[in-house]
Write a protein that binds this ligand. Sequence first.
Ligand SMILES: Cc1ncc(COP(=O)(O)O)c(C=O)c1O
Length: 393
Amino acid sequence: MNEAAVARARRDTPGCSEVIHLNNAGASLPPAVVVDTVVDYLEEEARVGGYELAEARGEDLAGVYRSVAGVIGAGEDEIALVDNATRAWDMAFYSFPFRNGDRILTTTTEYGANFIAYLQVAKRTGARVEVIPDTATGEVDVDALEEMIDDRVRLISMNHMPTNGGLINPAAAVGRIAKDAGVPFLLDACQTVGQMPIDVDEVGCDLLSATSRKFLRGPRGVGFLYVRDRFIESLEPAMLDLHGASWVARDRYEVRRDAKRFETWESSPALRLGLGAACDYALDIGLDAIWRRVSGLAARLRTDLDRVDGVTVHDKGAVKGGIVTFSVAGVPAAVLKQELGKRRINVSTTSVYSARIDMEQRGLDETIRASVHYFNTDDELAEFISALAYVVA
Ligand SMILES: Cc1ncc(COP(=O)(O)O)c(C=O)c1O
């Protein structure tokens, strides 16, 4: 992105004049078009009626699926719109009929909520959760994964980028192994959708979960699940309602054939339209350009942080994206976050609860997470570094 494109993005984003926002991995600042889309819809809903407006705006709402699909190279029938990334992931994961002795392979950096689901299913069914070792640079070791494959492996499930660090996992290499082995591959792309180009066919994942509010810059409270078309009918959601299925006879129901079987009937059309607007906005800028800008800013931030006395940068990965994690000797993460917040600089913290295996392996209880987006500027990063140096001194 050139300077003019960044300046335009900042003009489009009301929050840019309020805060230095380095919490894009938490929830990014939405562009005005997203906010207006949501607010305008809610106002109209209040005037004309919720069901009536949803019917009248049916085509626009159908267009959201096209927009979401466009961001990951999917087909619109392969998309389910749900409340958030965890729910999207859950709807996929809990639809697998795991049995005693089945193996689920995942990564050291797996997101806490996903791991809790593994443990719950393991407790209920006797399936085993196994962690694929890392390479020296921290990402999932694809050679080790290949060696772990046997006929008891029922699922490979991992994140594309963890919640607690900059590394990008080699999803396409994992996808090839999964495909060769005929094992389903569920990718948690919550932190990568919107910050880098993703094509589900190139990645080779069968299922992918993501959210609206992070690097896509959409509203909170909405997310999505991608399910490869040939897979959809083999997966029956653990929960169904009158949208996912029809009650066709007293003793029979029929599950719908597209990915909408994973949705619920009730949803927020306003938020969905906001998500669609966010996808269109990202596609308009271009995900290649976004990725170059985000990864470049994050690399610069890591270099600058390295120069601050007492700061240790924790990111691993041969390829790194927009999440930058660090700690400051002797200063708790929460205190630093609060001090920066007083200066209108937003960062977040991550703890052992979000990615226990990785954090324990590295002896970390918590880190500070500064996550950049393309609308951040070098000046903002410089201001952040000097505020940090001041707080630390
Ligand atoms: C890697 C990863 N997966 C899943 C999630 C969960 O997303 P959500 O809060 O939308 O359920 C997060 C949230 O931080 C995440 O970082």
